[in-house]
Write a protein that binds this ligand. Structure first.
Ligand SMILES: NC(=O)c1ccc[n+]([C@@H]2O[C@H](COP(=O)([O-])OP(=O)(O)OC[C@H]3O[C@@H](n4cnc5c(N)ncnc54)[C@H](O)[C@@H]3O)[C@@H](O)[C@H]2O)c1
Length: 224
């Protein structure tokens, strides 16, 4: 991905551009050491990493292999523990760590499968990390975004249906935009959220709060 990532990072004047596989502890450690050297102490860290083998993001959850489970958990959930461990020593008091999550952590969403289990582990880890890092004034939260078309999400079987289902159910009757998620991220990364830690903040146009839309109820009643 380097040839696509580098020009974007350079365009934003990034001073540190390094490869980092979050399953390799030494690479995570090296990134934080380099960031601290170049930038000094950090104010915030965004964990926006997830992966599961494609075949685990389709069909029946019961067919999830142990290998796919381990990969999804390692990359998508345990990595927050590794990142927090190496971020903590180089973060300022009042700093913020936030991790991206999805509603599939608390509800069974078709095809989300093992990633839902990984997101549940991510959110739970976030609460324990919030306690561990709280004494240093560092806050740890999750931002639960509605579905957005990205490289990772296109790996989920039937993702376009997830986008349509979210619009149907969301009180705001639309999908979240990148701007919506960015603004919620700004709230969590900055001291606008100085009193918030151990929390999952939803930015999904209200989708998580609705049991069913009026349209879904109409479909059911017309089928009676
Ligand atoms: N797109 C959505 O609909 C949606 C909704 C809710 C939450 N999220 C979450 O947002 C976060 C970002 O995902 P995205 O949808 O923007 O897709 P994305 O493809 O832009 O981001 C996923 C990133 O994970 C990185 N990654 C994968 N394996 C890695 C590894 N071993 N080490 C280091 N990096 C690795 C990829 O390089 C990629 O940059 C993820 O945690 C995802 O679950 C996405």
């Amino acid at each position: 991905m380097e040839k696509r990532v580098k020009p974007i990072a350079e365009g934003m004047n990034a001073k540190v551009i390094m490869s980092c596989d979050v399953t390799k502890e030494n690479e995570v450690e090296a990134v934080f050491k380099e960031c601290a050297k170049v930038y000094g102490n950090l104010d915030f860290v965004v964990h926006a990493v997830a992966f599961a083998p494609k075949e685990a993001l389709m069909g029946r959850f019961v067919d999830t292999t142990k290998e796919a489970w381990d990969i999804a958990m390692g990359v998508s959930a345990y990595s927050l523990v590794t990142v927090s461990k190496y971020a903590e020593p180089v973060m300022n008091e009042g700093g913020s760590i936030l991790a991206l999550t999805y509603l599939g952590s608390v509800l069974s969403v078709p095809s989300y499968n093992v990633m839902g289990v990984a997101k549940a582990a991510l959110e739970s880890s976030m609460r324990f990390l919030a306690v561990d890092l709280g004494h240093k004034g560092i806050r740890v939260n999750c931002l639960s975004s509605g579905p957005v078309k990205t490289l990772a999400s296109m790996g989920i079987s039937g993702f376009s249906k997830m986008l349509k289902a979210a619009v149907l159910r969301a009180p705001l009757k639309k999908n979240v935009s990148l701007e919506d998620v960015g603004k919620a991220g700004l709230y969590l990364a900055s001291d606008l959220s100085s009193g918030t830690t151990g929390e999952v903040i939803y930015c999904d146009c209200g989708c998580h709060s609705a049991y069913a839309s009026a349209e879904e109820m109409d479909i059911l009643s017309s089928a009676e």
